[in-house]
Structures are given as C-alpha cells and as structure tokens.
Design a protein around this ligand. Structure first.
Ligand SMILES: [Zn+2]
Length: 186
C-alpha cells in the first residue's frame, strides 16, 4: 500500500466482503430490461455458476421500486440526472446513506451502497483502477460540498463526476459479474 490512505479501504480489516461475491443490484441493467418503467412487475434472478442464488419480484413506481425477496420487501428510492449525450441517467438512492448510486449490494439481508456495506473492491488491473476509485471518491466528496467551490468550477466538477461515476460503475459491473442478474432462470 504505502500511499498514505489514497486507496479506498486503506487500513480497514482485510476480511471485508469482496464485491465479486455479493449479489448486486445494477441500475443500468434494470433500466435496460424495463424493470424501472412505472408499473412494471417482473421477476429477477441472481445466478452464479449456472445456479439461481436468489430471486426477487421487482415492482417499479417512478420515484422508487420495491423488491420482494422471500418474505421481505426492500424499498429503494430512484432519482435521475441529465445524461451527457441526452436523455436521463437513472440512479438508486442508497437506503442507508441517501447518496446517489448506480450499484447496490445485498448484505445482512439489506441493499445498500458499497461504502455502507463495507465491501472491498479487489483491484484487477492495479493502479489504473485505484486511480479511478480515488478520483470517483474525491469528486463525490467535492460534489457533496459543491457550495464551497468557486462558481466557475462547479459545472466542471459536476461534469467530471458524472464521467468518473460512469467509468467507476462499469468497473464495478465487471467485478460483480460472478453473481449476475438475469430475467430468466435458464
Ligand atoms: Zn450508502
């Protein structure tokens, strides 16, 4: 390590869950497959190595969705931002911290973002991933304290954040592929 805390998770215990082994909820997948259209009522499966690990029933209501898994109903808020190339980009609101997130993870029977769930991302291509994770972390901090920034840099920070968030989520998508969401059991 030796980067003076420039890594997310530096100094934390090594036994944290790895993102690769956690059932995740990916807003891009749900959006692509119509799960976020208000009134949609569809089954969702999480598969690993060809086996269904978890199944849920997703019901969308515009500003939030519910997922029934077993006897528990999970309530997750939705929000959106204008997309750089037109249209809207959808996000979850983390049920625990309230931050805008593209991926939520299941742990202890609840969905929340990777920060709240203390899930470590195991870097696969080394420093480039670390830099991206750190950049995303840094920009999201600036974004939360946008009022403290000079007016002329606010738009740039917002734009950079959305770009970094997109790359970051793509990275997480890759990492969490071992438990993949699917619309069918086959
Ligand atoms: Zn959170």
């Amino acid at each position: 390590m030796g980067k003076g805390g420039s890594r997310l998770g530096a100094g934390r215990p090594a036994h944290r869950l790895k993102a690769e082994n956690t059932a995740s909820l990916d807003v891009a997948y749900l959006s692509r497959h119509g799960h976020l259209n208000a009134g949609s009522w569809k089954r969702l499966y999480w598969r690993q190595c060809g086996q269904v690990r978890l199944e849920g029933l997703v019901n969308a209501f515009g500003d939030h969705l519910t997922i029934d898994i077993g006897f528990h109903k999970h309530w997750i808020g939705l929000t959106q931002t204008p997309c750089h190339f037109g249209g809207q980009r959808r996000w979850f609101v983390c049920p625990r911290c309230g931050h805008r997130m593209a991926v939520l993870y299941m742990r202890h029977g609840r969905f929340a973002c990777r920060h709240c769930q203390q899930i470590a991302y195991q870097s696969q291509s080394g420093d480039a991933d670390d830099r991206l994770i750190w950049r995303h972390h840094n920009l999201s901090h600036k974004l939360r304290n946008l009022k403290l920034q000079p007016i002329r840099s606010r738009r740039r920070i917002q734009h950079n954040f959305l770009e970094a968030a997109w790359q970051y989520d793509t990275l997480l998508d890759k990492a969490s592929r071992s438990i993949a969401m699917a619309d069918a059991t086959g």
